[in-house]
Design a protein around this ligand. Structure first.
Ligand SMILES: NC(=O)c1ccc[n+]([C@@H]2O[C@H](COP(=O)([O-])OP(=O)(O)OC[C@H]3O[C@@H](n4cnc5c(N)ncnc54)[C@H](O)[C@@H]3O)[C@@H](O)[C@H]2O)c1
Length: 266
């Protein structure tokens, strides 16, 4: 049986870790040829090697999404290696660095250079990815799919004010861009995960306390089960597939029901 993205060429950013690595492996399992892009080239190489060892077709590129020339080069790399680009998954993202020993940094504790660093990756990085992909999609005669990783923090107050603001920007960009490019046959959607145990924000997925951490994360959601990076990658895969051929402008929560609300009195 064909995979959900059989024969498609997909560029996935932030592919060296967490959701991006899970997405490279999953998209390859489903028949895509994948460009695994990350600012950490060695980790991107490791992801591509894992995908190939599992029978997939993947190449690695070093790419800083905050640099438009670097993003253009990654798209050019896709065309050079695989002849085209059908899907871009703008997944790379960072958060405001925590205050050591205290956790999340409040808005007034955020320095301008730190704000700029996060905005450059989380907002501009997605914009550059969309621009480069749309140019390539148009050169191929139209069609194409864009998916980005926003966050449930872009849909609701969820801790981390500036981070949430950058993800809210991705949510709104997704809606507005979906309208702008609909007549070119390009679909634009985003996935909005709740907290996952990845290398993100200084967390350690290999921690000896992994079980306890996941249990705590699960308790934050009505479904009671921590979100796995593969859950988010699966939602992105669905949105990239033809199963979603009439879905655009959607910001899909992957949050165990968190954004739906809570029980009365809960
Ligand atoms: N982990 C969570 O709790 C959580 C929750 C909601 C949303 N998200 C979002 O999910 C996405 C993936 O995060 P993750 O949890 O897999 O984190 P992660 O830290 O495990 O992986 C992020 C990857 O992005 C790469 N990256 C960072 N800056 C980059 C840049 N400028 N250019 C290219 N690559 C860059 C990193 O090297 C890393 O490999 C991010 O957009 C993040 O904001 C994460």
């Amino acid at each position: 049986m064909d995979g959900l993205v059989q024969g498609k060429v997909a560029l996935i950013t932030g592919a060296g870790s967490g959701v991006g690595r899970a997405a490279v492996l999953l998209f390859c399992e489903h028949g895509a040829r994948v460009v695994a892009a990350d600012i950490n080239g060695a980790n991107a190489e490791e992801t591509a090697a894992l995908a190939k060892a599992a029978g997939g077709e993947a190449i690695a590129v070093t790419c800083n999404v905050a640099d438009p020339a670097s993003v253009d080069a990654a798209v050019a790399g896709s065309v050079e290696s695989f002849g085209r680009l059908d899907i871009i998954y703008n997944n790379a993202g960072i958060t405001i660095s925590p205050v050591p020993g205290k956790g999340l940094r409040s808005l007034v504790e955020c320095a301008p250079e730190e704000m700029k660093r996060v905005e450059d990756v989380n907002i501009n990085g997605v914009v550059y990815g969309c621009q480069a992909a749309i140019r390539q999609f148009e050169a191929q005669g139209g069609g194409g799919v864009i998916v980005s990783t926003a966050s449930v923090a872009g849909l609701m107050g969820y801790g981390g004010v500036l981070y949430g603001a950058t993800k809210g920007a991705v949510v709104q960009l997704t809606r507005a861009l979906a309208i702008e490019v609909a007549d070119k046959g390009i679909r634009v959607n985003a996935v909005c995960p709740a907290g996952m145990l990845t290398h993100y924000a200084g967390m350690d997925p290999d921690s000896e306390h992994r079980g306890r951490i996941l249990e705590g994360m699960g308790k934050a959601h009505p479904l009671g089960k921590a979100i796995d990076p593969r859950d988010t990658a699966s939602a992105a895969l669905f949105l990239c597939s033809d199963l979603a051929s009439n879905i655009t402008g959607v910001n899909l929560p992957v949050d165990g029901g968190l954004f739906a609300g809570r029980k009365a009195g809960g």
